[in-house]
Write a protein that binds this ligand. Structure first.
Ligand code: ADP
Length: 698
């Protein structure tokens, strides 16, 4: 299980590019939407304009038709030219678009003529006769088709400097089926636009009449200045001529929101952008949280990986869901081989699988396991077994549900080995203690036996002298007989007593002799050698060890093993004294009490008559030594402990005295005891001289 966290470049850059792309796409989409909405709106305006143009053309056409009928009505009754003028003038008053109405006979000679009252006569500038050709043309066409015909438009300059674009309509007049003349109506093209097109259509827009090629003939109204112009064209098809009606509408300043649709689309776009922004911010926060989470996870992982304790998690079915590297290393099996495996596990020794299985079943049945853990034996992949201490606790998830079991597993092989070593060393110490004791007793015995033997020897010698004196008095020295036999027996007694003395002396010499080689040892090296054993026991008894070693201490001359045993013995006594008896409570039980400290101190001793010394002290805070105990403290076999041998202190004293030092004790302050002993400093040997000859053996 490895976690990879993206670096700052690579994926982050790609993510940024993706965001940019998304943003660009959204902006393009929104732009397109707004543009389409605008276009839709334009097309609406355009089609409305087209409709209006059609309506305008219809207006003009129906206006023209109405006029045609009115002109026809004028000529229904036969009238004199004079009588004709009155209704004709009336007609022109009612229709501003008609500039002039002429009544001509069948040869186009003028019979009557009415001009519009609204402006100066239009033909003032230009003689009507010069335009006769147009009239003839359209009237001929009208006669041929027997219907009103329009001429093409022409320009009439006016006195005001401007001009008028006009067109004539020629209507053939018949009487009793015979052509009786013509009515010629001159229309102002501009008035057609202004008067015939309904005001609702022409309001606010530009209307113009153009020729088919686009030449503008008349203009009415002008749209406001604007950037966009909509144009609709519609044919005004009249008999004889054709105009194009051009309708021009302008949109006002392009409004930001021309209509509801665009406004809606824009609003939605803005909302979308806002959502995108919020989403982006949310994403950024998520990324930050993800990053923090990743870091926390990596930290946890690093922590788990660096642990020496094996960790193992199991689900409620007993399947392994997690193991840390320390556990894999401990059992020598890869994590993949362990994960999701149920019982029996790969690291269970086959002979114990049954027991473990039952224990598992108990656990799965919900039985509580002791919190302080239990000992077990696991098997490595190579088949070797090793002891472990397992501490298990229920695994509770975030919502408080029990999901499995978490175990911390300690490989205690090293601890067991140290304990074994300690036991062996204890046994060795006791064996050597026993041996030393035997030696002590032999030495004592030899000392005690020496005197009776000496007495026997001197009594035998005395008796022999007496016997010699007596036989010399009788004049027969070395005479055979009783006296001779007695003398011989006495000599033998004396010889045997001397022999026994020699044997005893040799035993004494043997016991007193030290085979061990003394060497120069750094004082702290002595402490270091016993520390593992001391710490082991201290941990068991809940005692803290404090070391005070003076760095200036020179090496001491000693039998290393023996002195180590002395230190170990004193340290043990001290710790046991603090425990207050034979049955030390477990460390946990004494938690409530003040901390107990056993101090081991080494410092140079005050120089004495026999050179320099180093003092070793073991300082405890125990119950101290009562006067009664003090009396027999160094007596062999004296002990106050049920399990004690009572040999420790007497042996220690012997060992130290053999080194020339002395071992003693004093009461500690405010309580406890200080046991201390001295050892001689190893004098730097002169060239060629062995170290241990530096100090005379005592
Ligand atoms: P053992 O340890 O087998 O009892 P020792 O000769 O080492 O034999 O000790 C003899 C007795 O001296 C102990 O039983 C104990 O009562 C007493 N004693 C030794 N060391 C201390 C100490 N540091 N504080 C108090 N009493 C002690």
């Amino acid at each position: 299980m490895r976690l990879n966290f993206p670096g700052p470049a690579g994926p982050a850059g790609r993510r940024g590019a993706l965001w940019l792309l998304l943003l660009a796409l959204v902006v393009a989409l929104l732009g397109l939407l707004v543009w389409l909405a605008g276009r839709y709106e334009s097309s609406l305006v355009q089609s409305r304009l087209e409709d209006n143009a059609t309506l305008a053309v219809t207006d003009i056409r129906s206006g023209l038709n109405r006029n045609l009928q009115a002109v026809q009505a004028l000529h229904v009754r036969e009238r004199s030219a004079l009588a004709w003028r009155v209704p004709a003038a009336q007609l022109l008053r009612e229709h501003r678009e008609i500039l002039r109405l002429e009544w001509r006979d069948e040869n186009l000679n003028m019979l009557g003529l009415v001009e519009t009252p609204y402006r100066t006569p239009v033909f003032e500038q230009l003689d009507r006769a010069s335009l006769q050709a147009d009239v003839v043309l359209s009237c001929n066409a009208a006669r041929r088709m027997s219907s009103a015909t329009y001429s093409s438009s022409y320009f009439l300059p006016q006195t005001d400097g401007l001009g008028l674009e006009v067109a004539d309509m020629c209507l053939p007049l018949t009487q009793a089926g015979r052509l009786a003349g013509y009515a010629v109506v001159t229309y102002s093209l501009q008035s057609l636009l202004s008067d015939l097109v309904s005001k609702t259509l022409s309001h606010g827009i530009g209307l113009s009449l153009t020729e088919a090629d686009g030449t503008r003939l008349a203009l009415y109204g002008a749209p406001a200045r604007a950037s966009r112009t909509f144009v609709a064209r519609q044919l005004l098809d009249l008999t004889g001529t054709t105009f194009v009606l051009r309708m021009e509408s302008r949109l006002g300043t392009p409004a930001l929101f021309p209509n509801i649709l665009t406004a809606l689309v824009t609003a939605m776009s803005l909302a979308l952008m806002a959502v995108l922004f919020l989403l982006g911010r949310d994403m950024r926060r998520r990324l930050q949280v993800e990053h923090d989470l990743g870091e926390a996870l990596a930290f946890r992982k690093a922590m788990e990986d660096s642990l020496l304790t094996g960790l193992r998690a199991r689900d409620l079915q007993g399947r392994i869901t997690y193991v840390n590297p320390a556990f894999c290393k401990m059992v020598g099996v890869e994590a993949q081989e362990l994960l999701n495996q149920s019982m029996p596990s790969a690291y269970w020794p086959p002979e114990l699988a049954g027991v473990y299985q039952r224990r598992q079943e108990m656990r799965l049945a919900g039985k509580q396991l002791p919190r302080e853990g239990h000992e077990s034996v696991f098997m490595r992949k190579d088949g070797t077994r090793f002891p472990v201490l397992i501490m298990e606790a229920p695994l509770i998830n975030a919502v408080g549900k029990h999901t499995g079991w978490m175990s911390a597993i300690l490989d205690v092989s090293e601890q067991r080995r140290t304990e074994e070593l300690s036991r062996a060393s204890q046994d060795r110490l006791q064996a050597s203690a026993r041996l030393a004791m035997v030696g002590e007793m032999a030495s004592l015995l030899s000392h005690e036996l020496n005197q009776p033997l000496a007495a026997i020897s001197s009594y035998a010698t005395g008796s022999l002298n007496l016997l010699r004196d007596e036989s010399a008095g009788s004049g027969a020295p070395d005479a055979p007989g009783l006296s001779g036999d007695l003398q011989l027996a006495m000599r033998r007694i004396a010889e045997q007593a001397e022999r026994a003395g020699k044997v005893i002396r040799s035993v004494h010499d043997f016991v007193r002799r030290s085979d061990r080689v003394r060497e120069a040892v750094e004082p702290h090296a002595l402490l270091e050698a016993i520390m593992p054993l001391v710490i082991l026991q201290a941990r068991k008894l809940g005692v803290r060890i404090s070391l005070e070693v003076d760095a200036a201490c020179p090496p001491v001359l000693c039998d290393r093993t023996m002195v180590e045993q002395v230190l170990l013995n004193l340290a043990r006594n001290g710790m046991q004294a603090m425990q207050g008896g034979d049955d030390p409570e477990p460390a946990a039980a004494s938690l409530a009490q003040p901390e107990k400290v056993l101090a081991l101190r080494i410092r140079p001793a005050l120089p004495g008559a026999h050179g320099a010394w180093v003092e070793f002290a073991v300082i405890d805070q125990g119950e101290g030594i009562s006067a009664e105990v003090a009396r027999q403290l160094f007596t062999p076999f004296f002990t106050t402990r049920k399990e004690g041998m009572g040999l420790g202190l007497s042996l220690c004293r012997t060992v130290i005295e053999q080194h020339g030092g002395c071992l003693g004790y004093e009461n500690g302050q405010p309580q406890g005891t200080i046991f201390s002993f001295t050892l001689p400093v190893a004098v730097a040997p002169a060239a060629g001289e062995p170290v241990n000859s530096a100090l005379a053996e005592s």
